[in-house]
Design a protein around this ligand. Structure first.
Ligand SMILES: NC(=O)c1ccc[n+]([C@@H]2O[C@H](COP(=O)([O-])OP(=O)(O)OC[C@H]3O[C@@H](n4cnc5c(N)ncnc54)[C@H](OP(=O)(O)O)[C@@H]3O)[C@@H](O)[C@H]2O)c1
Length: 316
């Protein structure tokens, strides 16, 4: 039987890279789309054996080129997402217009599955542009591709993430650490491998669930996450609760930077718990338990942020 061709947008990111490895290991063919082959080609190339992976450079709004790629795909997976806006790379374009366009093209060419990554905990965050754009993206997709599968993950971590690695980098540098909303916001972190295995399963099997909230096995507050990271790094830091108006002033300056540490919109989003809404099934509800625990997994890669780096490494 001809192997399925899986077309991935946003393939060079954390989830994309892990997913390429999982898909090609199962003998599925992957076409990975990137905006910049020179910058991302070497990362993508090493994720699969030759013959299983094609890498294509494309502007995601070059819809003629995108349609040519979609025509040849059996499965289309959209992993493109941004955390802050810069010029035309704004939330509306990236989280609404682009998924609406590709889901429509997928429907037109009878692509058998369209899988889209949205986000957890966005329904109540009406004052966050990020959250509302992700939500509007879900609605737009559903209108264009009725059976699209939409996954809504809590925070996804792995050695390839921008979350634990960024936080450990910051904790390493600064003696004090700011806590927004007292660090009480709840998350249910999930390991990247777990969500990639779920996507793999959804490609290979039929499902009745069209929206799945994806969560890890533990509920942790932001403060608990930072405490766990500090414990793993064998470091102590002073927590400073930051009044939101000061956080906003700081974020106003940060968001001028090309890659802001935090934006005003992210501060708004941090107010809302990142836990299941109760409106949709979670991966646990549908029998897909994610078992990898935050502390156990981060322990495997946190050693470079310890005082003695690789010499502190325990055997796993
Ligand atoms: N990681 C999490 O904790 C988390 C949580 C909830 C939801 N999600 C969602 O899950 C999806 C994948 O997450 P991830 O962590 O793998 O993301 P990621 O590491 O940030 O990667 C996203 C990819 O999207 C592409 N991209 C970014 N901006 C783009 C733009 N303006 N135009 C075209 N492509 C662009 C980039 O690929 P190129 O540079 O190669 O073009 C990038 O590799 C995203 O939609 C994200 O919102 C993630």
């Amino acid at each position: 039987m001809k192997p399925k061709n899986c077309l991935i947008f946003g393939a060079s990111g954390q989830i994309g890279r892990n997913l390429i490895r999982g898909l090609t290991r199962k003998n599925l063919k992957v076409t990975a789309v990137t905006r910049n082959l020179h910058q991302k080609g070497y990362i993508l190339k090493t994720q699969a054996n030759p013959g299983y992976l094609d890498i294509v450079e494309a502007n995601i709004f070059d819809l003629t080129k995108i349609e040519d790629l979609i025509k040849k795909a059996d499965v289309c997976i959209n992993l493109v997402g941004i955390l802050f806006e810069k010029g035309p790379n704004n939330f509306k374009n990236i989280h609404v217009r682009f998924p609406a366009a590709i889901s429509e093209i997928c429907q037109k060419h009878n692509v058998s599955k369209f899988i889209h990554l949205s986000a957890l905990g966005i329904e109540n965050a009406k004052d966050s542009k990020y959250a509302m754009s992700k939500l509007n993206g879900e609605i737009a997709i559903r209108n264009k591709f009725k059976d699209a599968i939409i996954l809504k993950p809590s925070i996804v971590y792995s050695v390839d993430d921008n979350f634990t690695t960024m936080l450990m980098g910051l904790l390493n540098l600064a003696p004090i650490f700011p806590l927004y909303y007292g660090g009480k916001t709840k998350f249910m972190p999930l390991h990247c491998i777990d969500i990639c295995n779920l996507i793999l399963n959804l490609i290979e099997n039929e499902t009745n669930y069209k929206i799945i909230e994806c969560i890890g096995p533990e509920e942790l507050t932001f403060k608990e996450i930072i405490e766990k990271l500090l414990k793993l790094m064998e470091k102590k830091r002073l927590f400073v609760p930051i009044p939101i108006f000061i956080a906003n002033i700081m974020a106003t300056f940060f968001q001028i930077l090309p890659k802001p540490l935090i934006t005003r919109d992210q501060i708004k989003l941090l107010f809302y718990d990142n836990i299941p809404s109760g409106k949709y099934k979670t991966n646990f509800d549908i029998g897909k338990d994610f078992v990898l625990k935050f502390e156990n997994e981060v322990e495997k890669y946190c050693y470079m942020w310890k005082e003695t780096g690789e010499y502190s490494k325990k055997k796993h």
